[in-house]
Each structure stands twice: as C-alpha cells, then as structure tokens.
Design a protein around this ligand. Structure first.
Ligand SMILES: [Zn+2]
Length: 264
C-alpha cells in the first residue's frame, strides 16, 4: 500500500510528464472508482489542460488550468502507469493525453479517481491532516497537534485526519527511530519525545523519497523503489542493532514490531 513517499514520488513524476498536456480520451471500466456517471466524468475531463500535479498524504492531486482537479487515491495499492500503450492486463481506467501517452489505473483492491470542479470541495480530502513533507510545519506546530489528546500514539499517527501519509509500512521504524514503544499513550510523551518524533518522521520520509519509495511499490514507469524499512518492521524474532530480539505486539487492530530495549 503506497504511503506518503511513494505518492510524493509518483506525483512529482506526473508533474514532470503531464504539465501542459490536454486530456484527449477517457476510458472507465469501473464506475465505482469515479464520483459521477461515466458520461459526465468523461465530459468534465476532456480537453482539460494540466497545470500542476502535487500530493497530500496518500492522495495525488492533478490540477487543471480551469482550477478543477482530479483527486486520485490508489487505496491498497495498484499500478498507475504512464505509457504509450493501453495495458493488456486488467485495468479500471485509462486517461489519454494529446501526446498519445496515457495513464492507466490498475487497482489491486479499490481506488478512487474523483473529478472536482473549481468551486466544489471534496469531502474525502478536506479533512486530511498535515502533510509533513509538502506543508511548512514547524516542530512547535507539530507538538501542538498532541495537546489535550488521549489514546495511543500509534493510532493517532495512522489516523489520516491528524497526519496524512503514514501507514502500516513506515510506522514501525518511525517509532523505533523516535525510541517510542508502540503502545505509548499520548499524555505520557514528553515534549522532547514529540520533538524527536517530528524529526524522525521527516527523516524517514525524506530518506525513502530519495530512494524513490518502498522496494515493493511501482512508480509511473513500472520501476520499483529502493527503500526498505529495515530497523524493526516485520522482523519479529530477529536481532535489533542492540542485540535484543525484536518483538511483535497487538496494538488495537494492527500488529506492531518493536525493540523492548531501544523503545520506551
Ligand atoms: Zn534495540
């Protein structure tokens, strides 16, 4: 499942390729991925010229010159490929451009391609929390997010309404790098720990972005990234750098991997 680094990488690649191009053809095979009837969706998109492509958390945002937008979420994963040929593999949608290249969407589970006009707001993205790479958020502003918040830190971080873009792949090593145990409750965290957390999230994401994302996710050219979460994530029973055995615990509905010695 792509998280902030993969989506950031894809949106930057799309920005390099698509700016100035116009939509020339739209093919939708899965109507439930879009937010209107196929005819209306197609009419809205045709001849729109791309102004800029950016991202917020796990959403890709294509903005047209008309200031209408296409909001894309790959859900549990999938391929969003930029290619000259319509894929032979099963796919849910194709958007073709006036340079005869196209974007093909193939969702593994479920994804969204939503068209939003310049005057409309988009319910699914308007409540998203901060994007720690795109937004200019200081350490102090970050710490303020936790004021008067209760409950576990891990669920807070995974909730897209607080911080957008962290998912089940990056969370383990982020907490390891911040030296925080996954079961930690927010009121028990010192200001210094929250400051460390701000730094480690940004470092983890910047590091992965510099390696073009996780080594199991594809970019728009069908290439995998080179980043691997290798501190404690999915390493139950293996040794931490400190020599202690990495453990797995249940935290809410998900599992957490951690080092009992390094993380307090
Ligand atoms: Zn350790």
């Amino acid at each position: 499942m792509p998280e902030l680094p993969e989506i950031y990488n894809i949106s930057e690649q799309l920005n390099n390729e698509l700016v100035g191009l116009k939509v020339s053809e739209v093919i939708i095979h899965q109507e439930k991925s879009i937010n209107s009837k196929i005819d209306a969706f197609t009419n809205n998109l045709l001849n729109q010229e791309i102004k800029v492509v950016t991202s917020h958390g796990k959403w890709i945002i294509i903005t047209f010159k008309s200031n209408s937008r296409l909001l894309i979420n790959l859900g549990m994963g999938g391929d969003l490929l930029y290619t000259a040929d319509i894929p032979t593999k099963k796919h849910q949608a194709v958007i073709k451009f006036n340079n005869d290249y196209l974007l093909s969407f193939r969702f593994w589970w479920f994804g969204y391609i939503h068209f939003v006009s310049a005057t409309e707001t988009h319910e699914m993205t308007k409540k998203l929390g901060i994007d720690l790479i795109r937004d200019d958020i200081t350490k102090e502003e970050f710490k303020k997010l936790f004021t008067n918040r209760k409950g576990s830190l891990k669920s807070f971080l995974l909730n897209q309404k607080n911080i957008a873009g962290i998912g089940n792949y990056y969370i383990h090593d982020i907490l390891y790098n911040a030296k925080i145990k996954p079961s930690k409750k927010i009121p028990d965290l010192s200001s210094r720990k929250l400051g460390n957390l701000y730094v480690t999230i940004k470092e983890e994401f910047i590091n992965s972005i510099s390696k073009r994302g996780a080594n199991y996710e594809l970019d728009i050219y069908n290439n995998k990234g080179e980043f691997k979460a290798d501190k404690v994530a999915y390493k139950e029973g293996e040794s931490c750098r400190c020599g202690t055995t990495i453990k797995k615990m249940k935290t809410g509905s998900t599992s957490s991997y951690y080092c009992p010695k390094c993380q307090k």
